[in-house]
Design a protein around this ligand. Structure first.
Ligand code: ZN
Length: 202
């Protein structure tokens, strides 16, 4: 399986990082080894001094497909979860400055804490509220209606380049409010009122 992460899919987040609004979806990938499950602790890696959280709604693909038309894209997923796209912002800045690929800043081990439970989309509203609490304080809130590119558009676009397989995950982008984590922090992510992830940084 693969993890496809969408960048700059919320206008307010693109603005906070001084990035222009994309005309087409922008994405990158993380390997399976980036998943951190079961609310296990995240161990702060020694190669970075600036790890940022990015809270994202995650789509799990349930059918094989390529060149999927947008109007059929809804048939390719039923379950929605929540994840964190951890980013070593200091390394990312260095990679960008050199015009190098980002992988070391985005795809490192356990850079993708993921909820164990996924919710059937029938049991969620069309526009999903989600939020992150850092040490019991709300630091990020989002609603999927504010995505620049809808989930159906993302599935269609990504599948032009990469065939989608059962179990593939799409991290759909983060709203504004990204920031640093420190050792000892507790992160709690909610979708609507349901606690989806709850883990510590060690
Ligand atoms: Zn992200």
């Amino acid at each position: 399986m693969k993890i496809i992460c969408i960048g700059r899919n919320y206008a307010d987040h693109a603005k906070e990082l001084n990035n222009p609004l994309p005309k087409k979806p922008m994405f990158f990938m993380k390997p399976q080894t980036s998943i951190l499950s079961k609310n296990r602790p995240f161990f702060y890696p020694d190669f970075s001094k600036e790890i940022h959280y990015e809270t994202e709604v995650v789509i799990r693909i349930n059918r094989v497909g390529k060149h999927i038309e947008e109007r059929f894209a809804h048939r390719y997923y039923t379950e929605i979860g929540l994840g964190i796209d951890f980013t070593a912002r200091d390394l990312q800045r260095q990679c960008k400055a050199k015009g190098h690929p980002w992988e070391i800043s985005k795809a490192f081990q356990h850079s993708a804490p993921l909820s164990d439970s996924f919710i059937n989309k029938e049991d969620l509203p069309n526009d999903i509220n989600f939020k992150l609490e850092l040490n019991e304080e709300i630091v990020q809130t989002g609603n999927t209606k504010d995505m620049i590119f809808s989930v159906d558009k993302l599935i269609s676009y990504v599948s032009q380049y990469f065939p989608l397989k059962i179990g593939d995950l799409i991290f759909t982008g983060t709203p504004a409010g990204v920031g640093e984590v420190k050792i000892g922090d507790n992160l709690k992510g909610y979708m609507e009122d349901k606690l989806m992830i709850d883990f510590r940084v060690k």
